[in-house]
Design a protein. Structure first.
Length: 150
């Protein structure tokens, strides 16, 4: 499943899921103080990660200036702005927003990199990491809704 993905990218990418999953576990199973701290930490980490996903497009434009189109550059800043908004929102809408941005970033990357065999490994990894992060955020969200407390 992860064949063809460079080892450093694969290892560091998968390690990037640890905070999403670990904080979801704490936000679901911890005592009240732990849950609250884990929730804020998960939202903060999600905001940082979506910013990173947008920045990838700026990095591509730096390497290949011909790819510095308005849509790519505009998208490159959008996740950062939405991640910042998530930091300002109450937890439930923040979790929804971050999951939606992760999904939108994946869709944008599918259109941006799809069909480029040199970057097929990247999309394979992006799908796995995005789905893992979204599931962790949604597990936290569901737990909050079910427990009725933030």
């Amino acid at each position: 499943m992860l064949s063809g993905i460079p080892a450093p990218t694969r290892s560091l990418g998968l390690a990037g899921l640890i905070p999403f999953i670990g904080l979801a576990v704490l936000a679901i199973a911890g005592d009240e103080a732990i849950r609250a701290a884990a929730l804020r930490a998960q939202i903060g980490y999600g905001a940082v990660i979506v910013s990173f996903l947008g920045a990838l497009h700026w990095g591509i434009a730096v390497q290949t200036p011909a790819l510095a189109s308005w849509p790519r550059m505009a998208w490159g800043v959008t996740p950062s702005l939405l991640g910042w908004v998530a930091l300002l929102l109450p937890p439930l809408p923040a979790l929804v927003l971050l999951a939606a941005v992760l999904l939108a970033a994946l869709v944008f990357d599918e259109f941006s990199f799809g069909g480029d065999d040199r970057r097929a490994w990247f999309l394979k990894l992006r799908r796995l990491l995005s789905i893992g992060a979204m599931l962790a955020l949604l597990a936290t969200l569901i737990s909050i809704v079910v427990k009725g407390a933030v």
